[in-house]
Design a binder for this molecule. Structure first.
Ligand code: NAP
Length: 291
């Protein structure tokens, strides 16, 4: 069994992105810029935004944050997006989710111009992805594809099972895996699926994004398969200073014994998400430099 080291792949790709940023600056004088809208002070959101901005700086990009109070109106949040959309130094816009409950998050996301939609969450990007057109791929699903490739797993003609159908992970992963050129045969499982194990036992690739620990166990998988564990769950653990530890959706111990390769949690999918965001910001800046 091999551990798919998301940190190592991420660091390799970030090196390539930083080189791309330096080359773009030299050739066209353009420095890729990420604009971030953050409403409220949810500690997890603040820490995600801080990590994304730090990663931008390390790659030679810059970031501009518009921070609004948690009671900001929908109009104020859309206004912040427009402000970044009108700023020629900003090539990618990220609205940190979740937005406060009184805000229509879909409407805010839809206000991001598609050419600056580096999270790939707008309906325009989603439609382009569905029809196989060039677009910004959503970061976590894109990172998952890179991890499967890094694990040395050929996707063409292989059976893939995705557990979870959310709009940000499971469904786009299923679409990307079945795309022409990737060519896996995909089954998408969810809570109404009868006997998930009947599908996973036949799969060469299992992507589990259910948000529940232990959804995938070793007895449910085929020997030698690749397991990509997207879940991030806090599991009570009295031996840890914080009283919990992080665990994925797969039972690591039993799955690792049987899988050919598996991502750990943490250190698997997690580091790839920010890396693929940087990738998209660089792509957006390159496209802007050409225009
Ligand atoms: P989500 O919106 O809660 O969706 C979970 C999906 O899993 C749903 O489609 C649900 O089915 C399905 N599901 C839940 N339990 C199941 C079970 N026992 N059997 C089959 N299907 C089941 O979650 P999400 O946003 O996709 O996130 C999934 C996990 O990934 C979370 O732990 C999240 O924290 C993590 N995540 C990590 C990253 C990263 O960068 N590492 C990024 C995003 C998310 P129904 O549709 O039928 O309810």
């Amino acid at each position: 069994m091999g551990i798919i080291d998301g940190k190592a792949l991420s660091s390799k790709l970030r090196g390539e992105i930083a080189a791309g940023v330096a080359a773009l600056k030299k050739e066209s004088g353009v420095t890729p810029g990420l604009g971030v809208v953050l409403a409220g002070d949810n500690p997890a959101s603040v820490s995600y935004v801080t990590a994304k901005e730090k990663a931008c700086t390390e790659a030679g990009m810059f970031s501009r944050e518009i921070r609004l109070p948690g009671d900001a109106t929908q109009e104020e949040i859309v206004g912040a997006v427009r402000n970044l959309a009108d700023d020629p130094a900003i090539h990618g816009i990220l609205v940190q989710l979740p937005l406060p409950p009184h805000v229509d998050a879909k409407a805010v996301i839809a206000s991001i111009p598609p050419e600056k939609d580096v999270d790939g969450f707008t309906p325009v990007n989603g439609g382009r992805m569905l029809s196989g057109e060039k677009c910004f791929l959503p970061c976590t699903p894109h990172g998952i594809l890179k991890l499967i490739e890094f694990a040395g797993m050929e996707t063409k003609g292989r059976r893939a099972v995705v557990i979870g159908r959310s709009n940000i992970v499971g469904r786009p992963v299923s679409i990307l895996l079945s795309r022409k050129g990737v060519d896996a045969t995909v089954t998408l499982c969810h809570t109404a699926t009868r006997d998930v194990a009947a599908y996973t036992r036949d799969a060469d690739i299992v992507v589990v994004a259910a948000g529940r620990p232990g959804v995938l166990t070793g007895d449910m998988i085929k020997p030698g398969c690749v397991v990509i564990d997207v879940g991030v769950n806090r599991v009570p653990d009295a031996t840890k200073p914080k009283g919990y530890r992080l665990a994925g959706d797969a039972d690591f111990e039993s799955c690792a014994k049987k899988a050919g390769a598996i991502t750990p949690v943490p250190g698997g999918v997690g580091p790839m998400t920010i890396t693929m965001l940087l990738w998209n910001v660089l792509e957006a800046a390159k496209a802007a430099a050409k225009r």
